[in-house]
Design a protein around this ligand. Structure first.
Ligand code: 13P
Ligand code: SF4
Length: 303
C-alpha cells in the first residue's frame, strides 16, 4: 500500500472501531493528516475531555496519553508506541517533591504537564508552556516550586518578578541542547528572519528571540505575521508543518539538534496498527487518577 491508501484505511478503521485520534504537533505530517485533532499539550488536554469516541489514540508521548486517561478514565486510551516517553517527564520522583513540600509548606507546587501521572498526584497545579505565565500569575500564593523544567521556570520567573519561584535542575534535553551561539549564528545566516523560540530553550537562546511561545503560539505567530522568513526554535517538525501551511514563506530550523526521538518514534503504520488491532493501552490505578486529576482540573480552570 502507498501512504494515501494507508491513510484511507486508517480513516475507515477509526470510524468503524470508534477511535478518536489526537496528535501532538510534533508528529509527522502524514499522521497529522489522519488525526481528529492536532495541537500543543494544552489544547490536547482540553480536547481529551471533549472526545466522544470510546477509544482515544494519542500520537505523542506517554505523559500525554496519561493525561487523556486521567481526564477520561472511562475511555480506552492508547499510546501510539509503548516506548514513546518524555525524558523530562521522568526526571523527578515523588519522594523528592514530598520531601520539599514538608520542608517548604507555604509553597505551591506547579508541575509542567510533562510529568508522570504519579508525580502529578503530589502537585498542586499543572501548567503547559502556553499557560504557565497566566496560571502562575493567578495563583494566590507567591511562593512557588516550579518543576521540572528550569528553563520554562526561569522564563516564568522573569515574566512574574512579584512571585518567589524556586526551580530545580531539570528540563527538555532536546530544547536545552541549543546554545546561544547557535541562535546568534542562525540570525547571522538568515538576516531579516524572525527567530521564534520555545521557552523550553535556555535563557541564552531566548535572549536572541523575536518571539517566545508554545508550539501553537509559534505557529500562529508565523502564520499571521506579515514577515516572510522565520527561524524556528522548537522541534524540527514545526518548520516542516509551517512550510506546508505557508508555502510562500520560508522556515529555517534553529538547530538540527531539535529532533525529539521520542515524539518521532510513531510512524503511520503504528497508527494503522492501533486503529486496526488495539495497540498499547494505558492503564492507571484509580487512586492515581483521582489525585492527579486535581492538578489537571485546576490547570483547565485557571487556563
Ligand atoms: P507544547 O506542546 O506545550 O508547546 O510543549 C512542547 C513539548 O515539548 C511537548 O512535549
Ligand atoms: Fe519531552 Fe522535550 Fe521531547 Fe517534548 S521535545 S517530548 S519535552 S523530550
Amino acid at each position: 500500500m502507498n501512504t494515501r491508501q494507508i491513510q484511507d484505511e486508517i480513516l475507515r478503521l477509526k470510524r468503524e472501531n470508534d477511535v478518536c485520534i489526537l496528535a501532538h504537533s510534533y508528529q509527522a505530517h502524514e499522521i497529522l493528516e489522519v488525526a481528529d485533532f492536532v495541537g500543543d499539550s494544552f489544547q490536547l488536554s482540553v480536547q481529551a475531555q471533549k472526545a466522544k469516541a470510546g477509544t482515544v489514540l494519542m500520537c505523542g508521548v506517554r505523559f500525554m496519553a496519561e493525561t487523556v486517561k486521567i481526564l477520561s478514565p472511562e475511555k480506552r486510551v492508547l499510546l501510539s508506541v509503548a516506548d514513546a516517553g518524555c525524558p523530562m517527564a521522568e526526571q523527578m520522583d515523588k519522594s523528592l517533591i514530598e520531601h520539599l513540600k514538608e520542608k517548604y509548606p507555604t509553597y505551591t507546587v506547579v508541575a509542567y504537564i510533562n510529568t508522570t501521572a504519579e508525580l502529578k498526584t503530589v502537585c498542586d497545579v499543572c501548567v503547559t508552556s502556553s499557560s504557565a505565565v497566566k496560571i502562575v500569575g493567578k495563583l494566590e500564593s507567591d511562593d512557588i516550586l516550579f518543576i521540572p523544567d528550569c528553563n520554562l521556570g526561569a522564563y516564568v520567573k522573569e515574566q512574574l518578578p512579584q512571585k518567589n519561584i524556586m526551580l530545580l535542575q531539570g528540563g527538555c534535553p532536546v530544547h536545552a541542547a541549543v546554545t546561544g551561539e547557535e541562535a546568534r549564528a542562525a540570525k547571522a545566516a538568515h538576516p531579516g528572519a524572525l527567530l521564534l523560540v520555545h521557552p523550553e530553550c535556555r535563557q541564552e537562546v531566548l535572549a536572541h528571540a523575536d518571539f517566545i511561545g508554545s508550539t501553537s503560539a509559534i505557529m500562529d505567530f508565523a502564520k499571521k505575521s506579515g514577515q516572510t522568513d522565520f527561524i524556528i526554535g522548537t522541534e524540527l517538525s514545526i518548520a516542516e508543518h509551517l512550510q506546508f501551511e505557508c508555502p510562500d514563506k520560508r522556515f529555517f530550523p534553529l538547530s538540527k539538534k531539535l529532533y525529539c526521538a521520542n515524539m518521532r518514534l510513531t510512524t503511520l503504520m503504528d497508527v494503522y496498527r492501533c486503529v486496526s488491532d488495539g495497540g498499547y493501552e494505558i492503564t492507571l490505578p484509580a487512586e492515581t487518577i483521582t489525585k492527579a486529576r486535581r492538578c489537571i482540573d485546576e490547570m483547565i480552570r485557571l487556563g
